[in-house]
Design a protein around this ligand. Sequence first.
Ligand code: FES
Ligand code: FE
Length: 415
Amino acid sequence: MDTQSEMLAMLSRRQPNFSLERPFYTDPDFFKLDMELIWYRDWVFIGHECELPKPGSFFTAQIGDYAIMALKAEDGVIRGFHNTCRHRGSKVCTQDKGVTAKLVCPYHQWAYGLDGKLLFARQMGESFDKADYALGQIACETVEGSIFINLSERPYDFAPLREHLTPYASTHRLRDAKVAFEATIIEKGNWKLVWENNRECYHCAANHPELCRVFPESPTGSSAAGGAADQEVMDFWARCESAGIPSRYKVDPTGQFRTTRTPLVNGAVSYTADGRPGVSRFLSDNRKVEGIGALLFYHYPSTWNHYLDDHTVTFRVLPISATETAVTTKWLVHKDAVAGIDYDVDRLTHVWTETNDQDRRVVEFNAAGILSPAYRPGPYSDSYEGGVSQFVEWYASFMLSRIKGDKPHLLSSVA
Ligand code: FES
Ligand code: FE
């Protein structure tokens, strides 16, 4: 049986509210299909506008087989390009990030402008037309300071995501931010295990002592209705919204992205060891309500974000192989905040540095156990793992419809 038919059969016989069968987490051919049908077709978060402050600023990333770069051109527009030279295919940009006047390939020095056009190529003869060899452009969109690219030749409409996120994120002002610190960890587990772990806090009490001092361990933020059944959360939403701070749980009909605001615990206003602000100069302009909690936004398959009052923490998920995933965390603070004066990097990053490492550990234990032929899909907790169930429903629905060549189904229950 070919991989598509095998995956289709497994998705069709899938037991709802149970984890997936083993090949979804381990098989290189299933991984390839995930990449082709989701990662090379969906909008993928790659970084922030504030990381490209001036013309010539760029950063590179690897999305499966695709080496890509994001670049700000002279006209101030951020564009995405394939990082493969139109001569014989070398990577053009070999650094992670930087600022450059033009892009010069290290192999034979073909030079490209910031708009991707080929400017110079030595000794290519009379008939050679530079216009035929511009860098390949990639669809690129920005929303409220975050940059998304889409590797598809015919990307689907970005507008629903923009319309969804803009009202929630605008007061958090990521365009006025800078990255105070970033860290990438490699988790030895399939990208879906990273997400499944993210979408529940069933594991939090036993694994995240630092996070649990500030973030609710209850299913409120992570799970299904995002607090809609919790009177305290609904009162909190009403308080925030009456001050003009969008907060109520909202999920796209496809289940692919969701935003909700959750109150923090123990009087915390930030993710620091004592719950007090990690930055004295606040990034958000939500100055009308005390304690606006954390605005939680995810977009499958590549990002989840926690927007706080004083700073924002963003996470980028990029698969490396069937059993390895890179997770990049960025701590964004106001661009004028000064390290050592307005914030201390260790204090700012402590809670999530610990939490990320704890999550890496449990994901790796999970992945190692699933490698055993004795692994069988197991049931999710109704009360605590609604978010995991929702993620798996989204994944199964997208894969099923794309294997069959349809548009993604709207989930009947979008928890
Ligand atoms: Fe880039 Fe030759 S491969 S200049
Ligand atoms: Fe966790």
